[in-house]
Write a protein that binds this ligand. Structure first.
Ligand code: ADP
Ligand code: MG
Length: 469
């Protein structure tokens, strides 16, 4: 670490939180609850276990995983040493480390004070929400690629994936990942200047700078950063002069090998009214997508959020939420928040019946789902069921494994929403309304002929009409 102290405690916390996500709960509790971080030396982490037996098992089963994860996170080749710890040590956790920390902090106090000031300034100016970090992000099949790319960027800004674009629907974690990149960089290389803005903020500031004749100031502000994070670039559609300005900012930063990460609610190819030269810049680097989480990941997310809120909820209720709230993580989170708030306010546990009543919006919304359900949600849910991306459903591929889900999604869009076939066609990657009508007829006739097919369509329809959208 930069200031000469060798505390790997933060990395240890992140390591166990990751391992927790990959192991069955029972297994995790058995071994990892009896293991603690004791202290560290340069290049080495010393862990304590409650008994030799526990240590032997941990060493034989998890040593490699621990070493690899710690090394990956710190970017150093670490070794891990194991000791039998006293009960005090186990209970106190890394108290010893605290002492170690104090000694080294006294040594470098002066040096720190100076850099702390600068770091605090960098943090304040970054605009980042400090509560988003990698350790609170639950990784699933839907997000592993985006997560890994983000972490790699955070560890080595400007060098590997530049620029990077993270795209995906609302509430799927774009802002969370983007902010995690910035927070990680500020934590580990606080001397770097990180700037987070939404595309809307960027636009507004640009317009203001024109009004107050301070465009040079605006240009300098964005061109002197080391890391530029712009959220929700779809907002720039149709904003020609802001696009022009961003284009120049981009070129400046790109030539100087400064890291840029953008997020967007759809693939770049689906943006409208964006100049070709800007969209080709966005597409230049790595493009990663975020999909809605599957059931297992939804459960894992709920459990993590509960843990963070220091609350508990029966498995039955969690299962109910994870089964019914399939749209995105934000909706999952708000369902849970509602129940936890209720339970805290009344200081009583929520029963399954009460939970269903409180979340009544789920089935109760079915009646008016047709007004609010978006075509995008239908595409997502159908895609998730068939394990293909929204991108593929909207795309041009003609394999049967994609054509059939595409037709089913069109059928459902026509069947349960009030959108016109023209509107539906547009949402399906700009197809003609006759294609939508043809798909509808095709699915209808297949339903007459094939019972299993009918059941699939009906199941999807049921799922969709119980979604709160
Ligand atoms: P987006 O920017 O894509 O609309 P956000 O990043 O704002 O979505 O995410 C919505 C909420 O869901 C946030 O509170 C965020 O912390 C949470 N969230 C999203 N994805 C995950 C995840 N994989 N693990 C944990 N929390 C998540
Ligand atoms: Mg967002």
């Amino acid at each position: 670490m930069s200031d000469g102290q060798h505390s790997y405690y933060e990395f240890w916390k992140e390591t166990v939180s990751r391992i927790k996500q990959t192991l069955p709960e029972q297994e995790y509790n058995t071994w990892f609850n009896r293991l603690t971080y004791l202290r560290s030396e340069k290049g080495k982490v010393i862990l304590g276990g409650a008994s030799q037996f526990i240590l032997d098992t941990v060493v034989s089963r998890y040593r490699e995983l621990l070493v690899n994860t710690l090394s990956e996170l710190t970017g150093e080749e670490l070794t891990v040493q194991f000791e039998v710890a006293s009960r005090d040590e186990l209970e106190q956790g890394p108290e010893i480390d605290q002492e170690e920390r104090e000694v080294s902090s006294r040594k470098s106090e002066a040096k720190r004070a100076i850099s702390a000031q600068k770091n605090a300034k960098n943090r304040a100016e970054s605009n980042l929400n400090p509560s988003y970090d990698f350790s609170s992000f639950v990784i699933g099949d839907n997000s592993a690629f985006a997560y890994n790319a983000s972490l790699a960027i955070a560890k080595n800004p400007g060098s590997s994936y530049n620029p990077c674009l993270i795209y995906g629907g609302v509430g799927l974690g774009k802002t969370h990942l983007l902010s995690s990149i910035g927070n990680y960089i500020l934590d580990n290389t606080p001397e770097l200047k990180v700037m987070y803005v939404t595309a809307e903020m960027f636009t507004n500031e640009f317009i203001e700078s024109i009004g107050s004749q301070r465009t040079q100031h605006f240009k300098n502000k964005f061109r002197k950063v080391d890391v530029l994070l712009i959220d929700d670039i779809h907002f720039l559609q149709g904003k020609d002069s802001t696009q022009e300005e961003l284009f120049h900012t981009f070129n400046n930063l790109y030539d100087a090998k400064k890291q840029m990460v953008f997020t967007c609610d759809r693939p770049i190819s689906e943006l409208k009214n964006i100049t070709d030269r800007l969209s080709s810049r966005f597409e230049r680097g790595l493009n990663v997508d975020l999909q809605p989480p599957n059931y297992e990941t939804r459960m894992a997310i709920l459990k993590k959020k509960l843990f963070q809120k220091n609350a508990s909820m029966s498995e039955e209720i969690l299962n109910y939420i994870a089964t019914n709230v399939v749209t995105n993580v934000r909706d999952l989170e708000s369902s849970l928040t509602k129940l936890v708030a209720y339970s805290e306010l009344l200081d009583q546990e929520v029963s399954f019946e009460k939970a269903k009543e409180l979340l009544g919006v789920l089935p109760a919304h079915a009646a008016n789902a047709s007004q609010t359900l978006s075509i995008d949600t239908i595409i997502k849910v159908v895609g998730q069921y068939f394990n293909i991306s929204s991108f593929e459903i909207k795309g041009k591929k003609k394999n049967k494994s994609i054509v059939q889900p595409r037709q089913i999604a069109m059928y459902l869009a026509r069947d349960i929403t009030d959108f016109s076939t023209t509107e539906i066609g547009t949402e399906f990657g700009g197809r003609d309304h006759t294609t939508v009508m043809h798909s509808y007829d095709r699915v209808e006739s297949m339903m007459k002929a094939d019972e299993a097919f009918t059941n699939t369509v009906l199941k999807l329809k049921r799922d969709l009409t119980t979604i709160k959208s």
